[in-house]
Design a protein around this ligand. Structure first.
Ligand code: IVH
Length: 676
């Protein structure tokens, strides 16, 4: 009996350790402190020492000594590490090419060459070389700021530490993917769900000796900052990388024409299962660097590249239940709880049903046998129901007309733009008074890209909410720490830590604050655009008084949907109260307009007529890059009217009347020290 009890205890410890590992590595959301983690391992070791009959392949004594760290130094990337837009079909690719051709103002027969590179599903890294020496290695982080993981990257054999080639740039960030080959993943299988997680976990080891034990590989494919790079296109760059001693993907190809891209895509997809590394698609990059520069970036992805994703993995399972989740915008999202099924190495037990219409359209019912699809990091969803397997008692699902959280009625809004009723049903509460919405709003408020409050994770927000410690964002900054100290699981030290991290975040930038408010349709990029426009918090807050919502339409990237949403936000009195309270408690930094002193500072422009070899979109981004603004009509606020072929007469007449300078394309380019 005694022996059995010990074995159970031992097994439970191991299970707990596995759970902690999973949360840490896969969800990046540690459940316990480093100290508690180590303590648990110690408990396991001491049991094993005392009772030699204990033995498990999952014991930390048998596996690599993982000790992940959260404490890497944060370093800014000199040039941000962007992500990529996705394409799933030939149509998406045709659209991509069309947009590029339009942006560059080229004829439709303009031949674009692409560097087609299989997209390895690993972890990207940026390696800084100075005078041929590897001096620093950063993880991607949030794209702007990475973690200094130089020591760990140093252990990777594929990464050259010194490059002597004469034509190697004196200063360059070489970027590429760190990954684990499938064959090497075999013995890490117990610890991680897939090779990608294994690569990420290994790279973030506290002790680089532990990273060294893992056979990580590196393939190079792009660069960030550079000084002295003498190549003009991506394919030449890839060749250079090879000459300098980097590994490049052997399946890279130079291709033109969407038809040929598709042919290559099909060929690579056929080879996919035989490759020793996971790929999830093909990246297409415009080969010519000059064109890449002209195309520039949108939000956080380049206009000149796209990732053509492979179709996903599918599996058959059964729906056990349908749950309604309530998001921070009040949207009711039905989620199917399915019999757990392994799809491409990941155990899936939830699948989104998107919205009420989707359930109706696909006639999805509890008890049904369904095909589930999981594509990349997208939430799994149900593609079809096997009606042959439907039982008589699988009844139609009735979508709740009342919010399951607060009981208020749910509504489908009328969308002014699509002129249709929304597919999504929402709780009609104003937010903070519906428990689920409020909790979700608060989780968003403290999340990484918003206030990023360490130690105030999702579980804690939930528990503080249920204990009535927080309901509105401002409550976070007025917490009753004495009460918290007496709660189970809390102590003096943990409360001190929480207090410290909350106080630290009282200094906040305007863009983060706007994002944190969780206004619908205002994500990170839009929050940045708004903060640049308003500069100060008081300007932003005063919008409720000035009512100048339509002026927001002048911001490039902000459309009617966003403006309506901002207007809605300000029309709710509790939101105004939250803003006033936050203003009192926080130190909100004014938005820095990064290159406010560009050549077109304080100048506004409007284009009329067709320009030569340059599209409207490119002119707009040129103006904004140089600190100018664009407006949509001729008014006193306009400084320059740029005219091209066949301009609108009315605009010219109005401009003349208002004594606005009228310039042509050459004169405009001259202002930027450029010629056409
Ligand atoms: S280029 C500027 N090239 O895909 C464009 N990325 O979704 C971004 N990736 O974070 C980098 N293979 O981790 C580029 N041949 C390739 C790639 C590649 C894989 C990953 C990389 C990046 C992500 C973007």
């Amino acid at each position: 009996m005694e022996k059995k009890k010990i074995q159970i205890k031992y097994k439970n410890y191991l299970k707990l350790l596995q759970k902690y590992n999973k949360y840490y590595f896969e969800k990046n959301e540690p459940l316990v402190s480093d100290k508690d983690f180590d303590q648990l391992k110690e408990n396991i070791f001491s049991l094993e020492k005392k009772y030699t009959f204990l033995n498990s392949k999952n014991s930390p004594s048998k596996t690599v000594g993982f000790k992940p760290s959260k404490n890497f130094k944060k370093v800014n990337h000199k040039v941000p590490m962007l992500s990529l837009a996705n394409a799933f079909s030939e149509e998406d690719l045709l659209n991509f090419e069309k947009k590029i051709t339009n942006f560059l103002s080229k004829k439709t027969d303009f031949k674009i060459f692409y560097s087609a590179e299989p997209k390895i599903d690993g972890i990207s890294a940026s390696l800084t070389y100075k005078n041929g020496n590897l001096v620093r290695g950063l993880s991607r982080g949030d794209g702007k700021e990475g973690e200094d993981i130089t020591k760990n990257l140093y252990t990777i054999e594929d990464i050259p530490k010194k490059i002597l080639s004469k034509d190697f740039p004196e200063d360059i960030d070489i970027r590429g993917e760190v990954f684990i080959q499938n064959s090497d993943f075999e013995y890490l299988k117990d610890k991680f769900a897939n090779p990608r997680n294994a690569a990420s976990g290994s790279l973030r080891q506290k002790n680089s000796e532990d990273t060294k034990k893992i056979p990580l590989k590196f393939i190079a494919y792009t660069f960030g900052f550079e000084n002295g790079l003498k190549v003009e296109n991506q394919s030449d760059y890839l060749n250079k990388l090879k000459q300098w001693g980097f590994k490049i993907n052997p399946l890279n190809k130079l291709i033109s024409g969407v038809k040929n891209l598709i042919e290559n895509y099909n060929e690579v997809e056929k080879k996919r299962a035989d490759l020793d590394f996971d790929i999830d698609g093909i990246v297409y990059k415009i080969n010519n660097f000059t064109l890449q520069k002209r195309l520039g970036n949108v939000a956080n992805a380049p206009r000149w590249a796209i990732a053509h994703k492979f179709s996903s993995n599918k599996a058959v399972s059964q729906i056990k239940d349908i749950e309604i989740q309530i998001g921070r915008t009040g949207a009711l999202t039905p989620v199917a709880k399915i019999k757990p099924v392994n799809i491409g190495g990941v155990l899936v037990s939830n699948a989104t049903l998107h919205n009420e219409d989707e359930i109706e359209r696909k006639d999805i019912r509890i008890g049904d046998t369904v095909t589930v699809e999981r594509a990349g990091d997208v939430i799994p969803h149900i593609i079809s129901v096997d009606f042959k397997k439907r039982k008589k008692d699988n009844l139609k699902f009735i979508f709740p007309e009342k919010c399951p959280s607060c009981g208020l009625k749910t509504i489908k809004e009328y969308n002014l733009i699509t002129k249709k009723k929304d597919a999504v049903r929402r709780c009609s509460s104003e937010g903070y008074f519906c428990e689920k919405i409020s909790v979700e709003k608060l989780k968003h408020f403290v999340s990484k890209e918003a206030f990023n409050i360490d130690g105030l994770g999702k579980k804690i927000v939930e528990s503080f909410w249920s204990l009535k410690l927080i309901q509105f964002p401002q409550d976070i900054f007025k917490l009753d720490y004495n009460k918290i100290e007496n709660l189970e699981g809390w102590g003096k030290l943990s409360v001190e830590n929480l207090k410290y991290s909350i106080n630290e975040k009282k200094n906040i930038s305007l863009d983060r604050l706007i994002y944190a408010l969780g206004i619908r349709h205002i994500g990170l990029e839009n929050a940045k655009l708004l903060s640049k426009y308003f500069i100060s918090f008081s300007n932003f807050k005063n919008l409720s008084k000035t009512n100048k919502y339509n002026e927001l339409l002048n911001i490039d990237g902000i459309g009617e949907t966003q403006v309506n949403s901002v207007k809605n936000f300000f029309s709710v009195s509790i939101n105004l109260k939250v803003l006033n309270e936050l203003e009192k408690l926080l130190n909100i930094k004014k938005s820095k307009n990064e290159d406010k002193n560009g050549l077109l500072k304080d100048k506004s422009f409007l284009v009329t007529g067709k320009l030569n070899n340059i599209s409207r979109a490119e002119v707009k981004s040129l103006i904004e890059e140089n600190s100018g603004t664009t407006v949509s009509s001729v008014s006193k606020k306009l400084n320059y009217l740029i005219t091209g072929e066949k301009p609108t007469k009315r605009k010219i007449e109005d401009a003349k009347m208002l004594k606005i300078k009228i310039i042509n394309q050459d004169e405009f380019l001259k202002m930027l020290n450029k010629t056409s």
